[in-house]
Design a protein around this ligand. Sequence first.
Ligand code: BV8
Length: 234
Amino acid sequence: MRIFALTGAGVSAESGLGTFRDAGGIWARFDPMKLATPEAFARDPDLVHAFYDARRRNLLAAEPNAAHVALARLEAGLAARGGELFLCTQNIDDLHERAGSTRVAHMHGELLKARCLACGQTSRWREDMGVTASCPSCGETGRLRPHVVWFGEIPLDLDAIFAALAEADLFVAIGTSGSVYPAAGFVAEARALGIRTCEINLEPSDNAALFDERRYGRASEAVPAFVEAVLAAR
Ligand code: BV8
């Protein structure tokens, strides 16, 4: 059985990482259009770096939760049965990896990586970045940005993502409001391909009506229950 799982901020919410649209979520305190765009970075790099430096520090103090652990178990359980999990995340945290997932497509990039605007190299980055950091590859100073996909930029790994989606037997969206494209369009793509769809979320998402199956609850409870059901059925 091939499962394509798309995760969003809701899967990391119980690990203490803010979500984007919930009351009090990251964007509720910051305007995404002011921060998560190339224009914002060009206009006020200090402010954008401060936003990501704060999130990076928060992430380094966070732990994966039961939802991340369950998805790692699903990857191993499907592989043991000759199946496959393609885990595509909109999240820029590394909690899936820290929970044991080995194949994660970070379509919106990764908070713990830096990209150099001088040499184009990406490197692991765990400290504050700010406008004075130097590139580990070329040594240039003040030319680093977070390796994340901002609004208006093209998400990463799209070819691999759409290829995996086309091969899936089940598409499951977990902890995402279905409000950011192209990720929010994946469920419609799955339906057009005749693929069964499932949503696991705290509450109905913007595109809830497009899902064949809907499971609501906190990810740390609903995702383990879903994984047990899938692995018991095989
Ligand atoms: C692009 C990285 C062109 C940075 C982010 C149509 C087609 C294509 C593009 C567009 C389009 N319409 C509009 C666009 C433009 C735009 C867009 O979608 N705008 C929106 C505002 C309408 N899209 C883009 O700009 C994208 N690029 O289009 O390029 C292109 C595209 C394809 C091909 C060629 C060219 C780039 C978008 C990426 C932006 N970067 N993040 C950073 O993190 O700072 S987006 C950001 O929002 C996050 O990555 C996040 O993934 C994303 C979506 O948010 P969610 O993850 O869903 O989080 P949210 O808070 O919204 O929802 C959380 C859910 O969890 C809620 O439902 C909540 O109920 C639930 N929840 C909460 N707690 C729990 C829970 N569930 C379970 N348990 C809990 N405990």
